[in-house]
Design a protein around this ligand. Structure first.
Ligand SMILES: *[C@@H]1O[C@H](CO)[C@@H](O)[C@H](O)[C@H]1NC(C)=O
Ligand SMILES: *[C@@H]1O[C@H](CO)[C@@H](O)[C@H](O)[C@H]1NC(C)=O
Length: 395
């Protein structure tokens, strides 16, 4: 019944009329209409579309990405509205003020830009939710994004509060994470329109830690202009898979699950609530967030010994996600690094070299070795059980 509703709503929308929200003009093409979206006990097969057709070419995979984008919005995250009627911006000093108008309403928000002392203009930049909790290297600017101003995240009572909802209405389906992703897209719009901000909009990274790490992952998945996605300790709701986190919970570990997360905050949509007690009904899982970021740069930073994040779930989920990069012939464009022995959101020096390699390659146009898939937890993930699907060659 639930799945029928989803497929009906997908079928009602011709493929070319899918709301364009950032997966990008260049990728829009005539894709087959999405079919029935099936749930599964194992991680859903990213290489078979919901009509049951195997994906065999890169062009078909682009259509699959559009379908996954729609499925994530419908089942977990709510709608990310397309480009608003007007986005104007002005840069002065370290500030960038962004005005957005749509449907007779307007909002204004500001971000602050910290310019590097070295490097060259226009600078690459990392958009940090809240504040950066990773070290940003020389030559790269930091843009501080007050995401809570766009959508509040105090508790379950925060739904519909923040500037996004002032513009689109407090009953809009977008979850807080989708509203923040929309905000990141508007920052990039503003940078494109404002050369005197001295930032290169084609060399943008996005990061955040913990709840904001979940959000940063969604922002990178939902706008293909993000060159490098850097979710830090995002855990369940970010780099972990719902099905795998439930498995850890079944084994008695104190791991955040879908059924818990909806009682804590408004990071996910109301529609997600109907799946949380049986996540096998979800048409997607979070390895397919990596599918949306691919083939762009993705470096997933995790913490092995913080139980709540779900160390095995994050690892297995991103091993599954990495298969998409392998299929596309760019395995080193995605890294996963899970290191314990430090506090939550305290970036350990042991990951510095890897982080710098990803930034060098994707934001500074340099050469660097980004082949990183590691956990210090000696975790065993049974791929035959959890991702029994064939990995095609799409390159
Ligand atoms: C943004 O809106 C404010 C207040 O309405 C206005 O003063 C400012 O000129 C606008 N800036 C731009 C760049 O549109
Ligand atoms: C991984 O998390 C589990 C609890 O979920 C914990 O028992 C185990 O020690 C963790 N592994 C490491 C290496 O910290």
């Amino acid at each position: 019944m639930l799945l029928n509703l989803i497929s009906a709503s997908l079928l009602a929308v011709p493929a070319l009329a899918l709301p364009h929200t950032g997966l990008g003009v260049s990728k829009r093409q005539d894709c087959p209409a999405p079919g029935q979206a099936a749930g599964a006990t194992e991680l859903p097969d990213p290489f078979t579309n919901s009509a049951g057709t195997p994906i065999t070419t890169a062009a078909e995979f682009t259509c699959r990405q559009q379908e996954l984008f729609q499925l994530f919005q419908d089942s977990e995250l709510g709608e990310k509205p397309g480009a608003p009627e007007s986005v104007t911006a002005s840069a002065s000093g370290n500030g960038l003020t962004i005005n957005v108008s749509n449907g007779g309403s307007s909002i204004s928000f500001s971000v602050s830009i910290s310019y590097p002392s070295g490097g060259s203009e226009p600078y690459p930049a990392i958009i940090a939710y809240g504040f950066p909790s990773i070290p940003v290297p020389a030559g790269v600017a930091t843009i501080t994004f007050n995401n809570d101003d766009i959508a509040a995240q105090q508790n379950t009572g925060s739904r519909g509060r923040g500037k996004f909802y002032d513009l689109y209405g407090s009953d809009h389906t977008a979850s807080a994470m989708t509203a923040w992703a929309w905000g990141v897209s508007r920052i990039i719009d503003a940078l494109e329109a404002t050369p005197n901000a001295r930032i290169n909009p084609e060399r943008i990274g996005v990061t955040g830690c913990s709840r904001n790490g979940k959000g940063a992952f969604i922002a990178g998945a939902f706008d293909e202009r993000v060159a490098l996605t850097l979710p830090q300790e995002s855990g369940s709701g970010g780099s972990a898979c719902w099905r795998l986190s439930d498995e850890q919970k079944r084994q008695g570990q104190n791991v955040q699950t879908a059924s818990q997360i909806i009682t804590e905050n408004v990071w996910f949509s109301r529609a997600f609530e109907q799946y949380v007690n049986d996540v096998t009904q979800l048409p997607v899982d979070h390895h397919e967030l990596a599918a949306l970021v691919a083939p762009r740069g993705l470096y997933v930073i995790e913490n092995t010994d913080m139980e709540w994040l779900g160390n095995w779930s994050c690892y297995g989920c991103m091993v599954a996600g990495h298969k998409i990069y392998e299929a596309l012939g760019v395995p080193d464009n995605m890294g996963f690094s899970q290191v314990g022995g430090h506090n939550h959101c305290q970036f350990p020096g042991a990951q510095n070299e890897e982080l710098n390699a990803f930034i060098t390659k994707f934001l500074l146009d340099g050469d660097a070795n980004t082949a990183v898939m590691r956990t210090d937890g000696n975790l065993q993930f049974d791929e035959a059980q959890w991702c029994p699907w064939e990995v095609p060659t799409l390159a």
